[in-house]
Design a protein around this ligand. Structure first.
Ligand SMILES: [Zn+2]
Length: 89
């Protein structure tokens, strides 16, 4: 039986793609750009991270222009992808 969910992309699947794009070079502290970060619980479906030395806490979505956005992740991905394409071209 088809449900509405069948037509909607899974946020978790989008999140995996978001992670691959954002952290393609490894998870990096948003404050000091260190890669020495640890996993620090969850924020909804997002993984949270903590950088011990500077105390910065952030998540998969944090620090992007979508940080406070309630935009569906698939829209976030399109925008993020476009911006990365823009940088490289
Ligand atoms: Zn830091």
């Amino acid at each position: 039986m088809l449900t509405l969910d069948s037509f909607l992309p899974k946020e978790e699947e989008c999140l995996n793609t978001l992670r691959e794009i954002r952290w393609s070079n490894g998870v990096t502290c948003l404050s000091c750009s260190s890669k020495n970060v640890i996993k620090y619980g969850r924020y909804g479906i997002y993984q949270k991270y903590r950088r011990e030395n500077c105390g910065s806490v952030f998540n998969d979505k944090g620090g992007t222009i979508f940080h406070r956005s309630r935009m569906p992740l698939r829209m976030v991905l399109h925008s993020l992808h476009d911006s990365i394409q823009g940088i490289h071209s």
